[in-house]
Design a protein around this ligand. Structure first.
Ligand code: BF8
Ligand code: SF4
Length: 637
């Protein structure tokens, strides 16, 4: 199978092959794994106690129960629930980290951080129920941070961020089904409890536990987005470039990889310091210091600072294989441990920064918010030092990069629409949905995987949906894909948008002063910023006076990898959104679980999963879901 649809990625892979270097990359490591275990693929293997591992024969000839008596349905449901819990734990860790930093900043204990966006602080304070009159921004921030941190442990009442960001009708449904979380961490812990040896053995009950945990995950994502905006600013449209061609031959290149803006935002500030720039130039880097982003950290600094995006997800190793990345700085999540061995074969330094995310073979610079800039400076110095050892003969930077307009936060979208219709900003969006110029909205989210030619599913689907006048939003590595392929440009609107959609994107782009249409794909941010898509959907639902499961809104993760993607997909379904996955998680060992997630769950929440590996069929299924909803709303389909 072809590794990637990304020309730049293929140039680098071919380059190292031609040069005779032997690096097994993710794709070769995947091949070495084949055939992967069928029990695992179906979700029919359990290791939750020491009597296992237990496996169930999918053909019915061998064992149908684990040692404890667990059935296939129970095993598969437990597997799904634990994946959601792991994903939620990751987003919760990220969110708490930002909340602690806001708290320390407000107390004056983290001098490099401060309230950058007071308007967002006010808005979030209102949501969280924090009074703001006669208080300094620091005093408000302190209370907001405390409120946020209080969302994580078990409380007596539902969570402020869940209640204040979702429509009342959704909350009623969640209450009725017993899936309204009373604590983010406690919901995660509850899944671990109920899926351990000898606890919950009712598959549908386990799935409801997974949904509850997924709603906790949503809440954590929203907290992470809100507090990051307070500390670093709410994104607005910004131009940048994307793909490996953004790495510069004449500069000290530092790749920022991982998720949290806490370190990467400070890196951006420090890399502009004249003293460090002078040192880089003195080392022979006439182009100075060039920061580039990878994965969600890449999205964070792209949307707030226009830092170019180098690559995403499955192709992260190729950044180092250009031979010109002097340091790759990582925090946590989606960072392949293999980066250490790839970096070892070059002059590149892999720098870990978080106590919970060290990698054997990497250099560790302990990051503490109290001394953030100091650490960031030391990292830049280490990169300059590595630059001295770069071998120009091994540099192979593909000449591929596209311009991209990023940073469409909910606030930025409403701001752009307000220029069209000041007193009622959502009106143009609604009018165009009603008239059918916009058939519906699709949010693309999630990763790239070795199981699909990188980007292939995204590209096929986005063209088909845009052609059919579906407005496209994106986050995470989905955003990375579209940026790397030039679909976040106004030119892509001209090329791929159907006539109705094109007209709308042109009209809004002109009025918003972009000097051309809005890009074909609107970049909402990182994976936690899927919460921004919810904010937009909730506002539209409110305006239409319906719940979210009535909206012609769908979601897709065409190339998902992580447990975080499973958690996000599950909450999207719980919020009433038909959600496509292009790589099927291990659910097919249980007809009951697979049937519930792809069909039965619709009766409870309105949303459901569409598991489809063929991108064109997936696009058709999403279009059909949009049409079904339009008809139900009495709109022409
Ligand atoms: O949180 S899309 S590979 S980088 S999990 Fe990871 Fe997937 Fe990328 Fe961002 Ni999201
Ligand atoms: Fe086997 Fe049950 Fe233990 Fe799982 S929990 S390993 S099915 S005995």
């Amino acid at each position: 199978m072809e590794q990637s649809k990304d020309r730049a990625v293929m140039v680098v892979i071919d380059g190292v092959k031609k040069a005779g270097y032997r690096f097994p990359l993710a794709w070769e490591r995947y091949e070495a794994q084949l055939p992967q275990c069928s029990f695992g693929e179906l979700g029919l293997c359990c290791r939750h106690c020491l009597q296992g591992p237990c496996r169930i024969d999918p053909f019915g000839d061998g064992p149908q129960h684990g040692v404890c008596g667990a059935t296939a349905d129970v095993m598969v449901a437990r597997g799904v629930a634990r994946a959601v819990a792991a994903g939620a734990a990751s987003h919760a860790g990220h969110a708490k980290h930002v909340a602690h930093t806001l708290l320390r900043a407000a107390r004056g204990e983290a001098k490099d951080y401060f309230v950058k966006d007071t308007a967002k602080l006010q808005a979030v304070a209102r949501k969280a129920g924090v009074a703001t009159e006669d208080k300094t921004p620091e005093a408000i921030a302190l209370e907001v941070a405390e409120k946020a941190l209080a969302e994580f442990s078990e409380r007596e009442a539902p969570l402020a961020w869940t209640l204040s960001t979702l429509p009342e009708q959704r909350i009623v449904i969640f209450k009725k089904l017993g899936v309204l979380p009373y604590g983010v961490d406690s919901a995660i812990s509850e899944v671990m409890h109920r899926t351990t040896y000898g606890v919950d053995a009712e598959p549908l009950n386990i799935l409801l536990g997974a949904v509850k945990c997924a709603i906790a995950d949503y809440t954590a994502c929203h907290i992470a987005t809100d507090l990051s905006d307070i500390l670093f600013g709410t994104p607005g449209p910004v131009s940048a470039r994307a793909n490996l061609g953004v790495i510069k031959r004449d500069a000290v290149n530092i790749a920022l990889h991982g998720h949290n803006p806490l370190l990467s935002d400070i890196m951006v500030q420090v890399a502009r310091e004249p003293e460090l720039l002078d040192r880089a130039r003195a080392a022979g880097a006439s182009g100075g210091i060039n920061l580039v982003g990878i994965c969600c950290t890449g999205n964070e600094v792209l949307m707030r600072h226009g830092v170019p995006l180098a690559t995403s997800s499955v192709s992260q190793e190729t950044a180092i294989l250009t031979g010109a990345v002097d340091a790759m700085v990582v925090d946590y999540q989606c960072v392949m441990p293999s980066l250490a061995s790839v970096a070892e074969c070059y002059h590149s330094k892999l720098i870990t920064t978080m106590p919970i995310a060290k990698i054997a073979g990497a250099q560790h610079f302990q990051f503490d918010e109290a001394s953030a800039k100091e650490t960031a400076r030391r990292i830049v110095e280490a990169a300059i030092e590595a630059f001295h050892r770069r071998d120009p003969a091994r540099v192979n930077i593909p000449d591929v990069s596209y311009s991209a307009v990023a940073g469409f936060s909910a606030e930025a979208i409403v701001g752009a629409l307000a220029r069209v219709s000041g007193e009622d900003p959502l009106k143009p969006l609604l009018d165009n949905i009603v008239s059918g110029n916009i058939a519906g909205v699709c949010l693309f989210a999630g990763c790239n995987t070795v199981k699909v030619t990188q980007d292939a599913n995204y590209l096929a689907m986005v063209r088909e949906l845009a052609r059919n006048n579906v407005l496209i939003l994106c986050t995470g590595c989905a955003a990375g894909t579209f940026a790397r392929h030039g679909l976040m440009r106004p030119e892509a609107t001209e090329e791929y948008a159907g006539p109705g959609l094109k007209g709308v994107l042109e009209a809004v782009g002109e009025v918003a002063g972009l000097g051309g249409p809005l890009p074909l794909v609107l970049h909402l941010g990182s994976c936690v910023d899927n919460s921004r898509a919810v904010d937009i959907a909730v506002a539209v639902a409110g305006k239409l006076g319906v719940d979210m499961d009535k909206l012609p809104v769908v979601a897709s993760a065409p190339e998902p990898v992580t447990e975080k993607a499973v958690a996000i997909g599950t909450w999207a379904v719980a919020l009433g959104i038909p959600t496509h996955v292009g790589v099927v998680p291990p659910i097919h060992g249980s007809r009951l679980v697979a049937g519930t997630l792809t069909a039965g769950i619709k009766e409870l929440f309105g949303g459901y999963f569409i598991a489809e590996s063929d991108p064109l069929k997936a696009a058709q299924a999403l279009l059909a879901a949009i049409k079904e909803r339009r008809r139900a709303l009495g709109l022409a389909a």
